[in-house]
Structure formats: C-alpha cells, structure tokens
Design a protein around this ligand. Structure first.
Ligand code: ATP
Length: 364
C-alpha cells in the first residue's frame, strides 16, 4: 500500500487586495476585494514506502503548500490525501507520531537550549519510553557524530553541526516518513555531503521514506531515486532521477578565473565564427559562454564529457585561480521540460506547436 496517496489535491489562497490611496482604502473598508491564487492545482501522485522522492520546482511553484497539506498543517480546497492511511488535516496529532519534518531555513531545536535538553523535551512530547528513548538517543548521537555538540546551546552551533542535530532530533521517535525542506541550504560542500550521506543511510538502514524539496541538483542526484517536478501548482514531470539527470541535468557550467588572458587559449572557426579551446579535440558539447579578460565560462554537456579531463587539460595550459561549477538553474530545467513535452505532444498529435507556445508557464 502506498505511504502517500494524493488525488486531485488543490489549494486556493484567498487574500484581501491592498488598496492604495485614501479613497480606495475607504472603499476597501466597506467593500473589500479579494484575490484568489491557486497555489496547487489538482495534483495526483502516490509514494511507496521506502521511496526517496525529490519534489522540485522553482520559487512559488507550490512545494511548501503541498508539504503543509501532507503534514496536516493546511486544509486543502479540494482533493483527497492519505498519509499512512490517514487524512492529515483530520488526524494531525496521531500522524505526528509517525512522520517528521526538517526545514533547512527554520530550526526546530530550542535556540537557547543544548540539543540534549531539546531531545529530552521531544521524548516527553512524543511520550517515548525513557529506556527506549535513551537507547535511541545514544544510537543517533553515534550515527550523526554529534556527541561534542549535545551540551552546547543550539545558537552556538555552526549550520552544519546544527543540521545534524536537527536530523537526529527529527528521528528520535522513529518516524516512518520524513519531510525534508531544503535540508542542505547554506551548508558548505563537506557539510552538504555529510547530510546527504546520512539521509541515504537512514533510508537504506531504517527504511525511512523521504519526501525532499531542494533547489540543489546535488541533493536530488545524490539522495533521490524519483523526482516530481511541479511548476505553477501543476505536476509537469514524474520521472526516475536517472532520467532527469540524463535529459535535464546534463549541462554544467564552469566559471573560471585564470592567471592569463583567455584569448591565448582560444581559436575561432573561420566558417562558423564559433570559438573553442585550442586543445579541444572534440568541439561538440563544450560551449564557451563568456571569454573576457581572464574570465572564462564554459557549458559542458556531461553526457559527452566528464569534467575532470577538461579541467586537467586547462591546467596544462594555465593556472586556475578560482572555479565554480554550477548546475543549470531550475528555470532552465523547467523550460526544457516544457519544450520536450511540447515535442512529445507534437509528435503524438501531429500538430504544429511553435516555440513561443511551448514557453507558456515558464517563470520569468
Ligand atoms: N498563506 C498564503 N496566502 C496567500 N498566498 C500564499 C500563501 N502561501 C503561499 N502562497 C502563494 O502560493 C504559491 C505557492 O507557494 P509555496 O510557498 O507553496 O511555493 P514553493 O514552491 O514552496 O516556493 P519556494 O521554493 O520559494 O519556497 C506562491 O505564489 C505563494 O505566494
């Protein structure tokens, strides 16, 4: 039986329109005007126990609103949801014993208390058996390697240390389902990797089902096996992460600052006018986005070229002073999904769909 079942879930927010000017404000007092916003539009999906799902989309797509409905914090406008066989907004208290949420942007640890005290409080809130609680706490302290931070007030911990304590706190009552909202936001590369490894370990060793939202493609690629993409309240793609990687996360951009002018490394194809690196043997799949002064920006098609040989080749011709590697922005991924979907529909319906009509719905 699926652990989450969502059928035709919709949430429309109704908010009062703000009036400007004295006359309009007075009018609004007598006859207020309301604006409706459909944050989630008739979405349906299900999640099996043990799955690790990335629920992704650009800002304002409806991710948090969906999570709030799945955890019983918000009532939907319409639709049906079953989480562990319960309707979340009707059985929120009972459900709380079986699920947990961690928000990267919002701490659940008491700010002035050391994690040990927060853990004790949570044990009381969840009415845990004290002996079982102590055993579980010691186990989590070891797995999350947080013994050194247990007696330091949460406000004095680094973000990475705090996140490990947050995750351990969320798991004290042994939830079957874990909602993670941007769990690695603001963390450095090493702390991110640590959190990702721990989430993977939880899933494989404890069988915890994970529902994760993130803007970080690394979280999605490394933790999740399935991805649902939501845009403007609608699900536009539900696919294995391997396919998402192959089709939509294949290009990475590398921003480089070199020790010498970039032009010394470039050749220009006379016929096409295209620039390429003079040591490039395969000119397909490496695009020069910017080449100015000592700054070079490349777009690499990862399905054609692994990054390491390109960096190694560059380092044979110059020194790299600084480098950042980035995944395509979510907006680009969404635009590509719409383009692909448009193509599929075109070939399916045999209709002529223009590029402009395919771009409908993409956030500006
Ligand atoms: N309480 C509210 N009242 C009115 N509109 C709201 C409310 N909460 C959310 N919205 C609107 O609903 C839409 C979806 O918001 P939501 O927070 O679910 O997006 P999100 O995908 O989580 O975005 P982000 O990645 O920025 O957190 C947005 O347009 C937002 O402005």
């Amino acid at each position: 039986m699926p652990i989450i079942e969502v059928d035709g879930l919709t949430k429309t927010f109704r908010s009062r329109e703000r009036a400007s000017g004295l006359r309009s404000r007075l009018q609004a007092l007598v006859a207020p005007r309301y604006r409706e916003r459909e944050a989630v539009k008739h979405i349906s999906f299900s999640l099996e126990a043990g799955e690790v799902l990335a629920f992704i989309g650009p800002n304002g797509a409806g991710k948090s609103t969906t999570i709030k409905m799945l955890t019983g914090v918000l009532f939907p406008s319409s639709g049906r949801v079953q989480v562990l066989g319960m309707t979340p907004w009707q059985r929120r208290r009972v459900l709380a014993y079986h699920i947990s949420s961690v928000f990267g942007q919002k701490s659940q640890l008491w700010y002035h208390l050391p994690p040990r005290d927060t853990f004790d409080l949570l044990a009381h809130i969840y009415e845990l058996d004290m002996q079982a609680y102590r055993k579980r706490r010691e186990f989590l302290i070891e797995v999350f390697d947080i013994a050194d931070y247990m007696d330091t007030p949460a406000r004095k911990l680094s973000l990475g240390e705090r996140m490990r304590c947050e995750l351990a706190a969320a798991l004290l009552h042994g939830p079957e389902l874990l909602f993670l909202d941007e769990p690695t936001i603001g963390l450095d590369v090493i702390a991110k990797q640590r959190i990702r490894d721990l989430i993977g370990q939880l899933n494989t060793e404890e069988g915890v089902t994970v529902f994760l939202t993130s803007h970080d493609a690394g979280d999605i690629e490394q933790i999740c096996r399935r991805a649902i993409v939501i845009n403007r309240g609608e699900i536009i793609l539900d696919t294995p992460v391997a396919r998402l990687k192959r089709d939509y996360l294949k290009a990475k951009t590398i921003d480089l600052l070199l020790d010498k002018p970039v032009e010394t490394l470039l050749l220009t194809d006379q016929a096409s006018g295209h620039q390429y690196l003079h040591f490039q043997t395969d000119t397909e799949g490496i695009r020069i986005l910017t080449a100015k002064g000592r700054a070079l920006k490349l777009e690499i098609d990862m399905t054609r070229h692994p990054l390491e040989p390109i960096i190694a080749a560059l380092m044979q011709h110059c020194h790299i002073i600084d480098m950042t590697i980035a995944d395509p922005p979510m907006e680009d991924i969404i635009a590509t999904i719409y383009r692909e979907k448009g193509r599929e529909e075109m070939s399916y319906e045999g209709q002529d769909v223009t590029q402009d009509s395919l771009a409908i719905g993409v956030e500006e």
